[in-house]
Design a protein around this ligand. Structure first.
Ligand SMILES: NC(=O)c1ccc[n+]([C@@H]2O[C@H](COP(=O)([O-])OP(=O)(O)OC[C@H]3O[C@@H](n4cnc5c(N)ncnc54)[C@H](O)[C@@H]3O)[C@@H](O)[C@H]2O)c1
Length: 362
């Protein structure tokens, strides 16, 4: 079996999930890792048996790799992703794709121009829960969709922000509870419900000090299909609770807690289909910690990397490609614009909000 060879840029917290995922896939091989703090690359390489680089450009020029995993802080995805694409490597970027539409578009453009695949990590989409809800909506099992609500009532302590140079900054985290933590739910709600037409929002920093960005965001959404929605994301709800996704239709509804369907109602669901779903949900281990940023398994990353390998071998689009990953950034930018300027913001957005452009010197 011909293996697909991977190199990782950024040897911090999330790289662990990428490495364990690659190591668990027979068709994948970890060849090299790079980190601007060379010692981190050296330690990671020694532990996992691969080559270390202090400069990712050197890795791109010399390592025999086909795919590059971008695991740097969110506002430092663009430079290594564009360099990797220009070097002819397929690219898989951690969420968010980037912290502005302009920077995300630069990655999408570079990958398109180089003819390489681009995938962005949104592991929640690869759960049984997400697949069931998506199929149920496609098969019109809920009837006309009326509302979708996503709540992310998490907690991050002050140390989480203070210990990192990039977290909690506009420039390098791109926002707070919404852009960093809530984006998985923003992606999920738009994937299930379709495009968002308009938003109205408030954000605040209520429970942290020395934080530029929001630790609470609350938004009302109008979907193009007519349904309404609410998104509330926090890193300020001590001690943290499971995230929740509610879908309400004229003929059925569901509630999912921590990526598990806990309520499902509607005459269009058969008893055997419900039994099978709840059996699958019972198999998933319940999370108990909503304060620890790394309290998740690498299973979702594994499924997504497997999807990219199939996309390369079959020459098709990855399941979550650049255009898909851009959609959640656009909704988040609309929410930030509404919170900063007041009133309703309609989508599609022509460009990043003014206060965010200023942060990036534009
Ligand atoms: N999918 C998820 O659920 C999930 C979970 C956690 C983090 N993330 C995402 O992963 C990304 C990284 O987060 P993290 O918590 O691992 O951050 P981190 O700060 O722990 O690690 C980032 C690493 O990148 C390195 N780095 C920075 N600039 C570099 C450069 N120019 N060249 C090479 N290395 C460089 C840093 O030295 C550091 O080791 C973020 O975008 C974050 O949003 C995703």
């Amino acid at each position: 079996m011909e293996k697909i060879r991977f190199g990782i840029i950024g040897c911090g917290a999330v790289s662990q999930a990428h490495i364990e995922a690659i190591k668990s896939i027979p068709e994948a091989e970890l060849v090299a890792v790079a980190d601007v703090v060379e010692e981190k690359a050296v330690q990671t390489a020694a532990r996992w048996g691969c080559k270390a680089y202090g400069d990712y450009n050197e890795m791109l020029a010399t390592a025999d790799i086909q795919v590059v995993n971008i695991c740097t802080g969110s506002g430092v995805h663009m430079e290594p992703a564009v360099a990797a694409a220009k070097a002819g490597k397929h690219v898989i970027v951690e969420k968010p794709l980037e912290v502005t539409l302009e920077r995300a578009d630069a990655i999408i453009r570079a990958c398109r121009e180089s003819g390489v695949k681009l995938a962005c990590i949104f592991q929640s989409r690869f759960t049984d829960c997400a697949r069931f809800l998506y199929d149920a909506i496609q098969q019109d099992k809920f009837g006309r969709l009326v509302a979708a609500n996503a709540f992310v009532p998490w907690y991050r302590d002050q140390h989480y922000y203070d210990a990192s140079g990039w977290r909690g900054t506009w420039r390098f985290d791109g926002g707070g509870a919404l852009m960093n933590q809530g984006i998985h739910s923003v992606d999920m709600i738009q994937w299930l419900m379709g495009p968002v037409k308009a938003v109205k929002a408030y954000t605040g920093c209520l429970a942290h000090e020395r934080l530029e960005v929001e630790d609470l965001a609350a938004a009302v959404l109008q979907f193009a299909g007519g349904a309404l929605g609410v998104i509330q994301c926090a890193t300020s709800f001590y001690p943290g609770y499971p995230k929740r996704l509610e879908i309400y239709g004229a003929l059925g509804s569901s509630i999912a807690v921590d990526d598990r369907v806990t309520e499902l109602n509607g005459d269009r669901f058969t008893e055997s289909e419900k039994e099978e779903l709840f059996r699958k949900m019972a198999d998933k281990e319940a999370a108990r910690n909503f304060r620890d940023p790394m309290a998740f398994s690498f299973e979702g990353h594994k499924k997504q990397i497997e999807d990219l390998i199939r996309a390369i071998k079959e020459d098709r689009r990855p399941f979550v490609d650049g255009e898909e990953a851009r959609k959640s950034i656009e909704i988040i930018m609309a929410i930030y614009k509404s919170a900063a300027e007041g009133g309703e913001v309609e989508l599609p957005l022509k460009e990043d909000p003014e206060h965010i452009k200023t942060v990036h010197g534009r």
